[in-house]
Design a binder for this molecule. Structure first.
Ligand code: NAD
Length: 485
């Protein structure tokens, strides 16, 4: 392994070689080629990043908001100029198709754009004469040093749900990317360096569990944003809050879509296919359960069988490929094991994506689109997050049964309804106990100016990522009551 491929941390505007005693390979999931090695940084490096971020905070919070966002305007322009290069890096390390990587970067940039509005978004409010001659104002001030801990499935986008807002609000920042996909953040931090942000305002520390624990235990870090699986989200939330930090922790999902008999078959097929099999099912907004109501069962099964069988699977950098591999060989085995578990529990295999070989990419972690029918709602496959290209179909008789099934799930990240009835759509929107709702959409991903609103076991905290919630999370309110004689 040449030394150039060892990834660095970025602390106090310097690229630093970690003193880690352990490193992990970063691997292309389609080819098994090693792309680099990532350090599992020790706690001393988190502590140093926190210290320089605390030092930087003094001047940064005094920098006027309109001046702070100038760095974000520069970052937006640099991200646009390097758009294809970053998208390519996402595909290399994460496996999704180039189009999917471009879509991810578009969402990342949208968040930077929205955070550029901080001079307006961060305003407080006031009331003159709360009593005669006395005025009261609410002002927002930064929280301090904040940190993000990211998952593997969106290496370029997820940090942008938090970091641009935090920095624009006058906080300083530490990013800990997923150790499985750390290359994209190396590229983005090279652009952050080019923006000329002052020393220590934004820092990058690579690592895994021990690095996360160091973030959670460091008393200088005041707020933590986490995205990943539910067990880790719950753990991070409890340890961060036990240590007196603010925390917002987004977890896993098991997203149902309901198909009513009056739905448009073509639209439903297209949207469900993109949702269940897009990004190889490795999206927290991937449809994982399809609940058909009444006569929808027959036509839905037919169109989805066709969609699963014909989806083009291969290397995401190649033209015409519609679905890439899953992230690791362990992921592939886990997904295939869950499919078998579903069959053991009585489901029917309608399209079997196991044991896939893609010519030329025999070492890749490929699972083809899989469709299971007659899935029992109480079986494990109906409840467990698979995080792979597997759609499980369940049949019920009425929309009430379907909504009850949705509400019985432990997760609350997303649910979608396909229908041509406004009344059914309203009922669903009103009754579903879920944070993100789609009507005739397969991936109800909130835009940057709306909160990414998971519920139940999909979210631990109060304020979500993105938009006004991000401003709430990254500021603390101060109320001033004034009397001048
Ligand atoms: P993960 O929980 O394994 O890892 C997420 C982060 O936590 C990584 O940075 C990792 O280094 C760290 N980590 C892992 N185990 C840890 C531990 N025991 N202690 C401390 N830190 C630990 O998640 P993943 O596999 O990278 O990502 C996939 C998961 O993320 C899926 O469950 C998916 O649904 C979820 N996800 C949720 C959303 C959302 O918005 N709700 C978005 C994207 C992904």
């Amino acid at each position: 392994m040449s030394t150039e491929t060892v990834l660095n941390n970025y602390i106090n505007n310097e690229w630093c070689r970690s003193n880690a005693s352990e490193y992990l390979d970063v691997t292309n999931p389609a080819t098994a080629e090693v792309l680099g090695v990532v350090p599992l940084s020790p706690s001393a490096e988190v502590d140093r990043a926190a210290q320089v971020a605390a030092d930087a905070l003094v001047e940064w919070r005094r920098t006027p908001a309109p001046d702070r966002v100038q760095y974000l305007f520069k970052l937006k322009n640099l991200l646009e100029a390097n758009f294809d290069d970053i998208a390519r890096t996402i595909t290399l390390e994460c496996g999704k198709t180039l189009d999917e990587s471009r879509g991810e970067m578009r969402r990342a940039i949208e968040n930077v754009e929205v955070a550029c509005g901080i001079p307006t978004l961060m305003q407080g409010y006031n009331l003159e004469d709360i009593a005669t001659g006395i005025d009261e104002i609410m002002i927002r001030q930064p929280v301090g040093v904040c940190a993000a801990i990211a998952p593997f499935n969106f290496p370029g986008m997820i940090t942008s749900w938090f970091m641009p807002y935090a920095v624009a609000c006058g906080n300083t920042y530490i990013v800990k990317p997923s150790e499985k996909v750390p290359l994209t953040m190396q590229k983005i931090f090279q652009l952050i360096e080019e923006t000329g942000l002052p020393q220590g305002v934004v820092n990058l520390v690579n690592g895994s569990e021990a690095t996360v624990n160091a973030i959670l235990d460091n008393p200088t870090i005041k707020a933590v944003s986490f995205v990943g699986s539910t067990p880790t989200a719950r753990y991070v939330y409890s340890r961060a809050t036990a240590n007196g930090k603010r925390a917002q922790c987004q977890g896993g999902a098991k997203n149902p879509i309901i198909v009513l008999p009056d739905a448009d078959a073509e639209m439903t097929q297209h949207a469900t296919t993109e949702s269940a099999y897009g990004c190889a099912g490795q999206r927290c907004l991937a449809a994982s359960l399809a609940v058909t109501v009444g006569e929808a069962r027959e036509w839905f099964t037919e169109v989805m069988t066709d969609a699963a069988e014909t989806r083009v699977v291969g290397y995401g950098l190649e033209e015409g490929v519609e679905m890439g591999p899953v992230i690791t060989p362990e992921s592939r085995s886990r997904i295939e094991g869950l499919i078998q578990k579903g069959l053991d529990e009585g489901a029917k295999i309608l399209v079997d994506g196991r044991n896939s070989q893609i010519p030329g990419y025999e070492n890749g972690n490929f699972v083809r689109p899989t469709l299971l029918g007659d899935v029992n709602p109480s079986s494990e496959i109906a409840k467990t997050e698979i995080f792979g290209p597997v759609l499980s179909a369940i049949h019920v008789d009425t929309i009430d049964d379907a909504i009850s099934l949705v509400n019985a799930g432990r997760y609350g990240n997303m649910a979608c309804l396909f229908t041509s009835s406004g009344a059914a759509a309203r009922k669903f929107r009103y009754e579903a106990e879920i944070g993100n709702i789609g009507i005739n959409l397969g991936v109800a991903a909130p835009m940057a100016f709306f909160p990414f609103s998971g519920w139940k076991d999909s979210f631990f905290g109060d304020m979500h990522g993105q938009g006004k919630d991000a401003v709430e999370f990254f500021t603390q309110k101060k109320v001033v009551v004034e009397r001048w004689a």
